[in-house]
Design a protein around this ligand. Sequence first.
Ligand SMILES: Nc1ncnc2c1ncn2[C@@H]1O[C@H](COP(=O)(O)OP(=O)(O)O)[C@@H](O)[C@H]1O
Ligand SMILES: [Mg+2]
Length: 256
Amino acid sequence: MSEEKIYRTDSSRPLVELTHVEKHFGDLHVLKDINLKVARGEVLVVVGPSGSGKSTMCRTINRLETIDSGDIRIDGKPLPQEGKELARLRAEVGMVFQSFNLFANKTILENVALAPIRVRHMAKKEAEDQAMELLARVGVDSQASKMPAQLSGGQQQRVAIARALAMHPKVMLFDEPTSALDPEMVNEVLDVMIELAHEGMTMICVTHEMGFARRAADRIVFMADGQILEEASPDEFFDHPKSERAKDFLSKILTH
Ligand SMILES: Nc1ncnc2c1ncn2[C@@H]1O[C@H](COP(=O)(O)OP(=O)(O)O)[C@@H](O)[C@H]1O
Ligand SMILES: [Mg+2]
């Protein structure tokens, strides 16, 4: 069978699949036998105490971190090790971090147009047209000619989302995208994420925003000490957490 056949799109196949993933940082066992499947169009919210391995898990999915053993597949394809294939994979996986890591010396428009030009060899005009459309979609098109430092944190984070979308990713990873924001800016970013979810984007979101998790998640994964301890629907998880760790975690975040 040709590669083409093996890897052709199959809507029943998980879009993201982690199987027996193990990861150490020196002596620290940070990911312990992680098994996770994310379906096409699914919104997965990952919660858990600080230091439980949530960021590391996200970073392994676009190979910002290597794994010791196990297997990670995106749309059926194992993660490539390096080179052009890796660049292509990174383009398929959009990532938005806690800190808005925009290019400080480029305009908002350039920030969103750059990767499609460089990585996808899109014509400049086409990339800029697309960038303007995406900036409009996240509500910051009026800021296109400004520099990142001239925007609020919430605006910058929405630009970061537009920039990731410009590569037409198959899946979007969000790692605490609102936790560095002033409180009044959290909702403007969550609203964009909720809209993306409604449009059918496959999303993996690490967040402490439990209102968002209840509203937008199809499934919650609870991590502690490098393990997935619970996997449940939002109602099931929030109303009937099973493990003591999850009960303890929820009592701490819901009462503050
Ligand atoms: N690059 C690294 N080198 C060594 N230890 C790390 C590194 N990145 C994370 N860690 C450690 O791995 C554990 C999990 O971290 P992380 O994945 O960031 O957790 P979370 O996102 O759930 O807070 C923590 O104990 C953290 O200190
Ligand atoms: Mg983290």
